[in-house]
Design a protein around this ligand. Structure first.
Ligand SMILES: CCCCC/C=C\C/C=C\CCCCCCCC(=O)SCCNC(=O)CCNC(=O)[C@H](O)C(C)(C)COP(=O)(O)OP(=O)(O)OC[C@H]1O[C@@H](n2cnc3c(N)ncnc32)[C@H](O)[C@@H]1OP(=O)(O)O
Ligand SMILES: CCCCCCCCCCCCCCCCCC(=O)OC[C@@H](O)COP(=O)(O)O
Length: 387
């Protein structure tokens, strides 16, 4: 039966674009660009090594720019390829300060692309290249991204306090003279939300006499306290960030690569650092209270579909797109030349080598994407390795 509403040319074009975004060949090109540019960035970062003892601040600034070249590609993928826009709920008074000061960011850890939404938020306010995170040690071994983070002075921990504390404090102290404004991200839950981890952590909450949380794991407070104490005088505020997605979306990085559009809402509250207690026990109680508030915001969001306060959709920054297109053009040119040579040569061996290379790129990136999947989350926080 023919439809009463024939598809318009515009809809047909959109359908074609959407179809193209789902094609393996497009993914291969994107992943090739990301991996090869990433390796080049790593190489350039290694070249900055001799500069560190001579002019550390210059070396740091160069590494921030190099970091931006790579990280912003994934922001461009989210914003321009999948068309996802992060909607911000925040006080307009504070909006003016974002990007103009150092901050500790506390963000819930429930989604596979929360880091990507975080990066987008960083990019909007011009702190993407310099932003850092308290990350599990395993991420430092990730090819390209993990290697890049080493040069950006990211703080890695084994999540074993006795082994971590010296390096953690030293890494934070090193940031005291960082030459660019940075945000330091902390997922105080220490691992991603799963039903099993939630159940265990609520048993801990019960034992400690703390109210139960519905949407968060119980925060681990030591890292937050140590970060606040060591960054006093360097960092101006804590940004309490609560992220959720409209329509109960469960976004994935593969979805973004397929051009799927998601609808993230990010609620940001600015809390001056002076208002956070210095004493460890008081600071710990303060953080638990903060998580109880965050849990309430999430509960209200699940009922109403919005966070409190005025909302704004900041415009996408063209730099991320320009950088991405620049790298793609630069790297596609030699690839095309190579392919032409290949076809001309007709050598079976070279053709097989090329197919092998494409397969390796594809498997490598698929493995990296796998690191973001919650179903592959570590066993941290379940009874197996609970203290
Ligand atoms: C939107 C804006 C974004 C801006 C973005 C900016 C920058 C972005 C840059 C990069 C993005 C990259 C993204 C990469 C993301 C990677 C994230 C990660 O890798 S998360 C994992 C690593 N991070 C952390 O673990 C940080 C949180 N953890 C801590 O801070 C911990 O305190 C610690 C430092 C690891 C130390 O932990 P430890 O357990 O040794 O000590 P604690 O005192 O904190 O906790 C012990 C305490 O907890 C109780 N307990 C036991 N089991 C549990 C449980 N399952 N749940 C909760 N609590 C538990 C235990 O009984 C202890 O209690 P007590 O002390 O009373 O005995
Ligand atoms: C143009 C761009 C192309 C992009 C192609 C895709 C490339 C793949 C990019 C991979 C990026 C990897 C960033 C890893 C960040 C993962 C953050 C994360 O979520 O870590 C989990 C930890 O917090 C907690 O670990 P668990 O204890 O839950 O286990």
């Amino acid at each position: 039966m023919s439809s009463h509403f024939p598809i318009s040319a515009e809809e047909g074009k959109m359908g074609l674009v959407q179809w193209l975004k789902g094609q393996f060949l497009c993914h291969l090109v994107i992943c090739y660009g990301f991996l090869v540019s990433g390796l080049l960035v790593n190489l350039l970062q290694i070249c900055t090594l001799p500069l560190w003892p001579i002019n550390k601040q210059l070396a740091r600034r160069i590494n921030c720019k190099l970091g931006y070249c790579l990280t912003s590609q994934s922001v461009a993928l989210l914003e321009w390829w999948s068309g996802t826009e992060v909607v911000l709920y925040t006080d307009p008074e504070n909006y003016r300060l974002y990007g103009k000061e150092n901050a500790i960011v506390v963000l819930n850890h429930n989604f596979e692309i929360d880091f990507l939404c975080g990066w987008t938020f960083c990019d909007i306010f011009g702190v993407l290249g310099a932003s850092k995170c308290l990350a599990k040690k395993e991420l430092s071994y990730l090819p390209v991204i993990g290697w890049m983070w080493y040069f950006l002075e990211m703080v890695f921990i084994k999540r074993k306090w006795e082994e971590d504390k010296r390096n953690f404090v030293q890494s934070l102290q090193n940031l005291r003279d960082y030459p660019e404004n940075f945000w330091f991200l902390l997922h105080c839950e220490g691992t991603r939300f799963t039903e099993e981890k939630h159940q265990v952590s609520m048993e801990v909450a019960e034992k400690k006499g703390l109210p139960k949380l519905k949407h968060h794991l119980l925060p681990r407070t030591k890292g937050f306290w140590v970060a606040v104490q060591n960054l006093r005088g360097t960092v101006a505020a804590v940004y309490c960030c609560t992220l959720n997605f409209r329509n109960n979306e469960t976004p994935t990085l593969l979805g973004v690569l397929n051009g799927e559009k998601y609808h993230p809402d990010l609620y940001v509250r600015r809390i001056p650092l002076e208002s956070i207690p210095e004493d460890e026990a008081e600071c710990s109680a303060w953080l638990h209270k903060l998580y109880q508030e965050k849990d309430k915001f999430q509960e209200d969001y699940s009922q109403t579909g919005c966070f409190p306060g005025p909302k704004v959709t900041p415009p996408r920054r063209s730099w991320a797109l320009i950088n991405w297109l620049g790298w793609t053009c630069l790297l596609l040119y030699p690839l095309c030349l190579l392919l032409v040579q290949l076809v001309k040569s007709g050598s079976i061996l070279t053709i097989l080598a090329t197919v092998g290379f494409c397969a390796a790129v594809s498997v490598g990136v698929r493995w990296m994407i796998g690191q973001t999947e919650i179903k592959r989350s570590s066993s941290y926080g379940v009874p197996l390795n609970n203290k």
